[in-house]
Design a protein. Structure first.
Lengths: 244, 310
């Protein structure tokens, strides 16, 4: 490992993604440095989820580059990007509903062969998510939305990611549960995992993030620190529900 | 009573073969939502490849023991079928992965014709005598009930292979990845699973079961030819639908149930129709069952959620 600590862990330059002929992401630039928690906010359909899917490899890009640790990872299939340390907790959680909770978590460690360490990591996930531990043998489809989100995050952590992409972890969940999930996200960030968070709940996202990007119809229109954007009148008007 | 027990024995023997073949249909359906109609022809390729190997061995080593010969012929037939299934998936189905569902289905029928025609070119149109290397002299465990050593072998080998497959799918990391891929290809890939590899593996595993089924089937009847995979293939497909397609337990249950229904049907049809129909009509039962299942319980005995995938 001789990567320069000051160079970005992830760098999107001019990245475009298209569905059929229609461009959903129209050439965006974004940098993420090691240890940062950065969020990507914006309205429905702005291209946030598409951006995360493209970084993780679920979607092919139509132009530009995705540099990760200095390498062009956009040429790799999704399963190889995971091996490089990029994990995505997909929108809607992507739980394997017919597998048990434990099997779901172990899927996260699929590429790893260090059995003893996997067991330790599982234990750490259980301490972080005590609700999950009580339900290990249960088929994951029977869990509540919040529990499924916990499993999805725990599963992603079991791959020992360097870069964790979180797509709307608060979606459809009660405020108390959202609070719990953000506590987990924060503790993961404290451990040094770099996080790119997509959220519709901009208030929450900005409060937790060091920096943020604002996306509007496929373009990045604003960027700054979490506090800057929280106080930016345009952002307040557009995403924080305040009258302009 | 003897007749009743005899029908159970016969039913279990055919049913085991159906179950082995049905597993291949159901595994591929489970992971791709594709009915691989060429799967039945792997039964034929397995049997004819084994036959070819046996002829070769009889030529070069005439004194070889029957068990060694059978084992060696399986060691050729199984990998040949696995390789064939791998090629089939790679060349015929993978390019159509995102095509409308009808395209791979019709392709599967085309692949089936292709395999049968190729086999006809290689092995000719005639029926071949298949060496019965395991004895077909019946024994009577119960007075009046007959079972041959090859039939006993079929039941035991099938049971072992099915148990092995179930263990693989439910207990191993690979099996977990297969189930995860079956549920959601995209998310499985996000876990680091090479889903193309898992899909290829599913085809290859099904092919191994079909090859063994083919060799046992031919050994039991003493006959092999290029069209021999068609009927067992259709019956096994029926068994898979009966059990609930996509469900491993369902395929096994469906195979056994279908075997028993056929066997009892053949045994009693003459009495039931006052001599109007005889046991040569036994094939109608599978298709009556297929019709009834599709009308009254399209999800099959153990199946679930077929409607949103089919």
């Amino acid at each position: 490992m001789h990567t320069n600590p000051t160079s970005p862990l992830l760098q999107l330059s001019g990245m475009q993604v298209a569905y059929g002929g229609i461009k959903a992401v129209k050439g965006i630039d974004l940098e993420l440095y090691r240890g940062e928690l950065v969020s990507l906010i914006g309205a429905n359909g702005a291209g946030k989820t598409t951006t995360l899917n493209a970084i993780a490899g679920s979607l092919k890009i139509a132009g530009g580059e995705i540099l990760y640790e200095g390498d062009k990872v956009h040429v790799l299939p999704a399963h190889k990007r995971l091996r490089r340390g990029i994990a995505l907790v997909p929108e809607g959680r992507g739980i394997f509903t017919r597998l048990t909770v434990e099997e779901n978590l172990r899927m996260g460690a699929y590429t790893r062969n260090d059995k003893a360490v996997i067991e330790q990591d599982l234990e750490r996930v259980y301490t972080m998510l005590p609700r999950v531990k009580e339900r290990l043998a249960q088929v994951a489809g029977t869990l509540s939305g919040g529990e499924q989100q916990m499993v999805a995050i725990g599963r992603a952590l079991l791959s020992r990611p360097k870069l964790l992409l979180l797509d709307e972890p608060s979606m459809g969940l009660a405020p108390l549960v959202v609070e719990k999930i953000f506590e987990v996200v924060q503790s993961v960030a404290k451990e040094g995992v770099t996080i790119l968070l997509v959220e519709q709940n901009a208030n929450l996202a900005l409060e937790f993030s060091q920096r943020a990007y604002v996306m509007e119809s496929g373009r990045i229109t604003l960027t700054g620190t979490g506090t800057e954007l929280l106080t930016n009148p345009k952002v307040r008007a557009a995403y924080l529900g305040e009258a302009a | 009573m003897e007749i009743f027990l005899q029908q159970i024995v016969n039913g279990l023997v055919v049913g085991s073969v159906y179950a082995l073949v049905a597993l291949g249909y159901t595994m591929v359906y489970g992971i791709l939502g594709l009915i691989n109609f060429a799967h039945g022809d792997l039964v034929m390729v397995g049997a004819l490849t084994a036959l070819q190997t046996m002829m070769f061995l009889m030529g070069v080593a005439p004194g070889m023991s029957p068990i060694a010969m059978l084992t060696l012929s399986l060691l050729v037939a199984v990998p040949v079928c696995m390789l064939l299934a791998f090629t089939m998936e790679r060349l015929a189905y993978r390019p159509l992965r995102n095509a409308p569902r009808l395209a791979p289905l019709i392709t599967a029928i085309g692949v089936s014709f292709l395999l049968q025609t190729l086999a006809m070119i290689i092995w000719g149109r005639n029926y071949h005598t298949f060496p019965q290397l395991i004895s077909t002299t019946p024994i009577q465990p119960i007075e009046g009930v007959f079972i041959t050593p090859i039939q006993i072998t079929i039941i035991i080998v099938s049971a072992l292979m099915m148990a092995g497959l179930v263990l693989l799918v439910t207990k191993t990391k690979l099996g977990r990845a297969m189930r995860a891929t079956a549920e959601n290809h995209r998310v499985a890939a996000l876990m680091g699973v090479d889903t193309n590899m898992i899909i290829a593996l599913t085809f290859v595993l099904g092919a191994a079961l079909a090859a063994v089924a083919g060799v046992m089937f031919a050994s039991n009847y003493g006959i092999a030819h290029y069209g021999m995979g068609f009927m067992p293939g259709l019956k096994a497909f029926t068994a898979a639908v009966l059990g609930g397609i996509g469900n491993l337990g369902g395929a096994m249950l469906g195979g056994i149930v279908l075997g028993l229904v056929e066997s009892f049907g053949a045994g009693y049809i003459e009495q039931a129709t006052f001599g109007f129909l005889n046991s040569s009509y036994q094939d109608i039962f599978a298709f009556i069952i297929l019709g009834l299942v599709l009308i009254f319980k399209p999800t099959g005995l153990l199946g679930e959620r077929v409607s949103d995938r089919a």
